[in-house]
Design a protein around this ligand. Structure first.
Ligand SMILES: [Zn+2]
Ligand SMILES: [Zn+2]
Length: 435
């Protein structure tokens, strides 16, 4: 079936054998994802691996790195297996195989997202679930519509900005420059892949109005990445019209690179029409091979265009190997989407050297977070490192697509790039102390 993204199944939080415990020096965030799955629903990581026909995490990583195959015989099988990974009782966390009769597991008829092992469990859970049921319905539709990003139906084509970037402050401003979206939406809604999707998915096709909203949310997640990079350019008053700019996207993983196309960040060229050239280098140990896996530029990207390249490895290794030797341009801006400083390993091997490097070379940096809690924790870490934090807050170009915690659905969903923080160099009073 060629390249697939493991929609939902492993898009964000992938799995492990039950004996697994993450080592403190792991740099793979998906390992921790698998670990946290099992802490909520014991055995869920195994279910995911089974549905991918894999025996352990190393096979999973190998597949992501193109050294093994993830194959499904048909789209139907793929969507079915994806649905399997959501089958556990939302109340008592039991997996089907731990029930006397697995066929008793029933979907909530309202959200078509969570399952219950019995009427009792469903009743008991309702006071909590009713707060999230509506949102979870949306989440379940979006994770299927997400598939259309990989067929190329999404995102819908967008227009060159008619206002200067600084005048576009939120999604409504952005939408106002897009003109009438009806024809573009109709094309997607009536498309072959949309039909194919609902023929093969384990649920009926939603109403057109629900689908149209879902298409927008899925596109907003995709567009949130270039728009957040553009926001970073503006926060640090970098001027893409006066000279070419180089941006390093650190901690890039499969969210940004699996199935990535060289045109994925073209919205930046529509945002700054006629710019002098923008290069984005995606760097991270979880970078997945593909068309963007090409060497970074030594100097400048082509005028008026966005040039994406990628490096698989830790950022400080990239720096030593390529930047120091002049084989990759120094960054004007460094951005990281959801670095997960809050994860159980804290800063571990992965982030500490990178953060110290960014601080000591005084590089303008922007990081995003899924939620407020993650933001607070990240600020705390950066303060301990005596970073000069320039600003924090909600990102006006946050993704509009809610994400559930797969193994714990009755929680407030989070949104990609929902919050940001930016910093540059060392706090001033610390500099004076050193003088
Ligand atoms: Zn139950
Ligand atoms: Zn429900």
């Amino acid at each position: 079936m060629g390249r697939i993204r493991l929609v939902g199944m492993a898009g964000k939080v992938p799995a492990l054998p039950e004996s697994f415990a993450p080592s403190p020096d792991s740099v793979f965030s998906d390992q921790f994802g698998f670990f946290s799955l099992d802490s909520n629903v014991p055995g869920l990581s195994k279910v995911i691996l089974d549905n991918l026909n894999m025996k352990d995490f190393s096979e999973y990583r190998a597949a992501l790195e193109g050294r093994g195959k993830v194959g499904f015989r048909s789209h139907k099988e793929m969507f079915q297996k994806m649905e399997e990974t959501f089958k556990f009782c939302a109340c008592c966390s039991k997996l089907p195989r731990n029930l006397p009769d697995p066929s008793l597991l029933r979907l909530c008829a309202k959200c078509l997202n969570v399952y219950y092992c019995s009427k009792e469990c469903q009743k008991k859970d309702w006071s909590l679930h009713k707060k999230f049921c509506k949102k979870l319905r949306v989440v379940a539709i979006d994770r299927l519509v997400d598939w259309l990003l990989h067929t190329g139906d999404l995102p819908f084509p967008t227009e060159t900005w008619t206002h200067p970037a600084k005048a576009v402050r939120c999604w409504d401003d952005w939408l106002s420059m897009q003109g009438d979206l009806t024809a573009r939406m109709e094309l997607i809604l009536s498309g072959k892949n949309m039909t194919d999707l609902w023929t093969n998915a384990c649920r009926p096709r939603p109403e057109e109005v629900e689908l149209r909203e879902s298409v927008w949310r899925v596109c907003s997640e995709f567009l949130s990445r270039p728009l957040t990079l553009g926001l970073g350019i503006q926060m640090f008053l970098l001027d893409p019209y006066s000279r070419p700019l180089t941006i390093h996207l650190v901690g890039a993983g499969h969210n940004e690179t699996l199935g990535a196309r060289t045109t994925d960040l073209d919205e930046l060229s529509r945002m700054f029409p006629g710019h002098q050239g923008l290069e984005v280098v995606m760097v991270g140990p979880e970078v997945v091979k593909g068309p963007i896996m090409r060497p970074p530029l030594r100097a400048f990207g082509p005028r008026g265009r966005v040039y994406i390249s990628a490096y698989k490895g830790l950022y400080h290794e990239f720096w030593e190997e390529l930047v120091e030797k002049g084989e990759a341009a120094r960054p004007d801006l460094v951005v990281g989407f959801h670095p997960g400083f809050h994860a159980s390993q804290g800063l571990g091997e992965g982030w500490l050297p990178t953060l110290l490097l960014l601080r000591d070379y005084c590089i303008p940096s922007v990081f995003t977070m899924y939620n407020d809690g993650e933001l607070k924790y990240s600020v705390q870490i950066l303060m301990e490192l005596e970073m000069d934090i320039k600003g924090t807050g909600p990102n006006p170009f946050s993704s509009q697509k809610p994400e559930q915690v797969q193994s714990s659905p009755n929680k407030e969903p989070s949104y990609c790039n929902a919050f940001y923080l930016n910093f540059q160099g060392l706090l001033e009073d610390k500099l004076e102390e050193e003088d």
